[in-house]
Ligand binder design. Structure first.
Ligand SMILES: [Zn+2]
Length: 237
């Protein structure tokens, strides 16, 4: 089942969805696939302005458009997808934020882009499925970097020993940047089981982290590979 944001679902002129293993691109966005910008995500902080369907925009990890009929999306496995809409659905955006993007300020870049001609207080944001604090173990050094860089309580950044809470960090940043509302859709990409009995897979989402652990445990295991899932949004009218 595709994940939807309750917040974004209240805006009638847009469609959105967060994909998973069984539908990498959510079904209701499939008809718009050919309009997707051509891009390369590089864990950077560049935001591309999208004006034309299938626009070639090079290296970018954030996308912004006011044009109806152009699907924008980010591809993620364990990184954090964030999709945005103006409250009236007249402009939309999407961001790919892993730990590097969060540290380097991609959410701040998106807020700056919005504030160029508008205000983030007219916008809402939804944080999609990503590696959860239940599973996302990182080095002590990385936890310390976050704690030194961000004015947030240490237990919010790392609620368990060596575990990073990407979603909580993102939510706090988005609120501090003035977004009117923030919600969460989906769950941990590493441990969420598949609950649809019609589907053979064990887990709901593709996960780079889970696959690399399994590859490390069993390097000869065939077929352990993950394709990233899309988080997408489009203005339809
Ligand atoms: Zn988990």
């Amino acid at each position: 089942m595709t994940d939807y944001s309750p917040l974004l679902s209240t805006i009638p002129s847009i469609k959105h969805g967060f994909g998973n293993k069984s539908a990498l691109l959510p079904e209701l966005l499939l008809p718009y696939r050919a309009t997707l910008p051509e891009k390369k995500q590089v864990h950077g902080v560049r935001i591309a302005d999208i004006h034309h369907p299938a626009q070639v925009c090079g290296e970018a990890d954030g996308f912004f458009t006011r044009e109806p009929g152009i699907l924008i999306s980010v591809l993620t496995a364990d990184c954090l997808p964030v999709i945005f809409s103006r409250h009236d659905g007249s402009a939309i955006a999407a961001v790919h934020a892993g730990w590097r993007g969060l540290l380097d300020g991609i959410l701040e870049q998106m807020a700056q882009r919005i504030n160029r001609e508008d205000r983030t207080s007219h916008w809402v944001a939804s944080i999609g499925p990503a590696a959860g604090s239940c599973c996302y173990e990182v080095s002590e050094e990385l936890i310390t970097r976050f704690q030194q860089a961000l004015p947030l309580p240490p237990e919010l950044i790392s609620p368990h020993h060596h575990h990073l809470d990407l979603a909580a960090i993102a939510e706090n940043k988005l609120r501090a940047l003035g977004f009117a509302a923030v919600d969460h859709a989906g769950s941990c990409t590493i441990c969420t089981p598949n609950t649809d009995p019609r589907l053979p897979q064990h887990f709901k989402y593709t996960s780079y982290r889970r696959n690399s652990h399994r590859r490390a445990a069993d390097p000869h295991h065939p077929g352990i590979k993950g394709r990233n899932q899309y988080s997408g949004i489009i203005i339809t009218s």
